[in-house]
Write a protein that binds this ligand. Sequence first.
Ligand code: ZN
Length: 259
Amino acid sequence: MPTAVISDIHGNAEALRSVLSDIDARSVGRIICLGDIIGYGPEPLQCVDLVRQRCEWSLMGNHDFGVLYEPTNFNPGAESAAYWTREQFDAEPDEALRAERYDFLGHLRVRVVEPAPGGQFPVLAVHGSPRRPINEYIFPDDAMTSPDKLESIFERVDRLCLVGHTHQPGVFTDEPDFYPPAELGENREYRFVDGEKAVINVGSVGQPRDLDPRASYAILHEDRVEFVRVEYDIKKTADQIKAISELHDWLGERLYEGR
Ligand code: ZN
C-alpha cells in the first residue's frame, strides 16, 4: 500500500486537517511524519494530537526539539514562538494528557529506516539530512553550488532518503541535480530509476516556502513518489497568528505567499 509522507506542519492544524482529508480520499495505507509538528503556528496541541492519532510514526524536527529541550540557532521570531508553544503544552489542565504529549515528543526518533512500499529497497527518513538528521538543510541550490556537500550526503544514502526541513519540495538525484515538482511532468511524480539514488523533500504542510501557498505532501508508491498540493483556509490560520502577540504577524503573512 502507498504511504503518505507529511512534514513541517508547524502548528498549522487548518492545513493539517485539509491534508488528512485529501489523504483519506485516496487509497493510501498509512501516514508517516518527518517532524516539525510544532513551532510557528497557532494550534500546536491539536497538531500533536492529530499526528499521534493518524501517523504510524513521526521523526523529531528542530522545532520539536526546540520546544521540548531548547531552541538552538533560532531567530528571535522562531525562539519567541518556541517559548509560546511550550507554554501551551504546560498550560494543559489534564495532567495525564499533558504527560502523554510530552512523552510523545520525548520519544520522537531522529532517523528511521524501513522497507519501501514494494519492499525492494530500504528507505531512510530524517527531518534534515542523513549527516545531521535534525538540523542540516539540503537546499535546492546545493545541487549547483555545493556538489561536495551532496556527494557526502549521498554517501550516507543506500537508495532513497526522505527529508523535510527546507519546506521546498522536490527530488535530488546523485548527479547531483534537483527537480522541483513542476519539472516532473504533469503528474508531478518521480519514478525510481535502477541504480540512481534520490533524496526526496516532501515539502511543508503548514508553511510552504516554494511560492505555492498550498499545503504540500507526498505519496510514496512502489515505483514512484507523487507530489501533492492541497488548498486550505490560509486566512483562518493567519488570523489566529495575528491574535497571539507572541507569534509575529509575519508568520501569518508569509503563508499567503508561500515563502
Ligand atoms: Zn520546519
